[in-house]
Design a protein. Sequence first.
Length: 197
Amino acid sequence: MIKLISQSIRQTLVWTLVTGVLYPLAITVIAQLAFPDKANGSLVERDGKLVGSALMAQQFTGAKYFWPRPSAATYGTGTSGLNAGSGSNLGPTSSQLQTNVRANAKALREAHKLPADAPVPADLVFASASGVDPHISPAAARFQVARVAAARGMPEDKVGALVEQYVESPQWGFLGEARVNVLLLNLALDAADAKKS
């Protein structure tokens, strides 16, 4: 009996060391050597200042920026609050979801000076599952071009060309959909706007 307990304790210690220390350490070293940018969160800096992560949505307000998907987590990634970094878990029959979507669509139409029944891109009115999805569809980005161009006093074709430049193909050519990273597009837009002045 004591021999069995001793073996169990040794096995626990060995596998704790292997799977809890050595394996994570090895993976961390490999990731830092092979993919340092991704391993450190794909952080984006401008003029030496951290402005965000290419993997996490952040809220952009004002007419001169492209807007990301709505966030059920209010773009939060912390541990406080029930919805931090998560979706709302509202089902398709939820009256709260319907209210949220209608309010998002109304605000979007008003911001773009559209009729009350004008179609709008779904990803600009429905929150993403994670609550912090950094991408929108190319259609959602193109939808916003006129508003952003007018707010910045830039030609629509220049803003539209910038959108097309930031359209990312599906991963490896077949996984997912084409998408636009809102943070990277807005930073490029700020840079283009700064050059014109």
